[in-house]
Write a protein that binds this ligand. Sequence first.
Ligand code: UDP
Length: 420
Amino acid sequence: MKEWSDPELRQLLQNYQEVAGRDVIHHIEQLAAPLKGARVVHVNSTRAGGGVAEILHKLIPFKRALGIDARWEIITGSNLFYQCTKGFHNALQGMPVSIQDHLLREYEKTNAENADALRELLNDADFVFIHDPQPAALLSHFPQRKGKWIWRFHIDASHPHRPVWKYLRNFVSGYDASIFSLPEFAQPLAHPQYIIAPSIDPLSDKNCDLPIEEIEAVRKRFRIDPDLPMILQVSRYDRFKDPLGVIEAYRLARKLTPLQLVLAGGEAADDPEGKAVLSEVLEAVQDDPNIHVLLLPADSHRTINALQRLADIVLQKSLREGFGLTVTEAMWKGRPVIGGDTGGIRLQVINHYTGFLVRTPEGAALRTRYLLHRRDVLQQMGERAKRFVWENYLITRHLREYLTLMHGLTNGNQERIEVG
Ligand code: UDP
């Protein structure tokens, strides 16, 4: 992870101010002032691939710029560990999978080993944010902890497969608080639960403005036809993202509208199922020259940014989705999104206003054709989408809510908290 110098951190605040406004940054500075010097550690299981890593890359320097001693640690494990945690992920999103005992033992052993490596740092931290189930069992190894421990759960847990949730609940219930992205995901737990939606960083390579030459270079590099409308889905190759449904939607839409589809994805170090899903996708594509399946390295942020700008419409046809940063990213670029009617996509895609919510490939095809024929509506929805993200889903709002939560946890019983 990049080390930031002090002048760079100061400049960072200045840059956020230009996008979000002076008042927003001033408010954040007021909230952060009493937390200066606080030791905050975030822990997850990968630095690359997926939304959690994407957010932490940006949230940590922002906190540091405000004088908070924020760090990011990852836990590592064997293939068996990731097999187990992918099973958790699938089960918590509602798949009825049972996880074998030897995998659960590997999960517990891996958390114990990682706890040893992180002992001093986490014992002394004022706030520890544990992201998702992978490191959830760390808590049980820190009976001497001094700070508040918060479990931050990013996925759609509205209908978890009960046996797996019951197993994980044993680890999670000891936390001081938990955070979910949507109220529907909250679970019966005997500690405070906070609802905080994720966000994007407008200054990042993934979301900043790009020169037209760079966008055109990406078009040429992937041989995207400049004369054909383009629909895009950016996602890890994961069945919950429904890439096969996207291909079906494209095929249905193309019967009546000339069209090309780009599926852009990469591998996440903690996702062992990606290869199998990619093979299924390639098999479904057959030899269609107008479907481009891209396997991108983890640091392809500017490339993805350019693809989102090249697209006429962005799809995110997920069957389950915690939040869907890819939706936010596309909306920020003024693209309407046709998204699965599920989880965090519903927060962002306001049906008929910033895009369309769909449940089937037929629905996605219908909406695609409509928008391609009604360019005026497409453009208007895209403009609203960008505004909606500016108002609700930038990192500045996200950080403000994290800081408020930290105050809430340390001053829980007070009716009024004065912050500068
Ligand atoms: N992403 C990426 N490369 C890829 C696929 C996805 O950089 O090949 C990024 C994507 O731009 C987004 C994040 O990974 O920022 C995915 O977050 P999202 O919340 O959409 O889904 P998750 O993968 O966390 O389920």
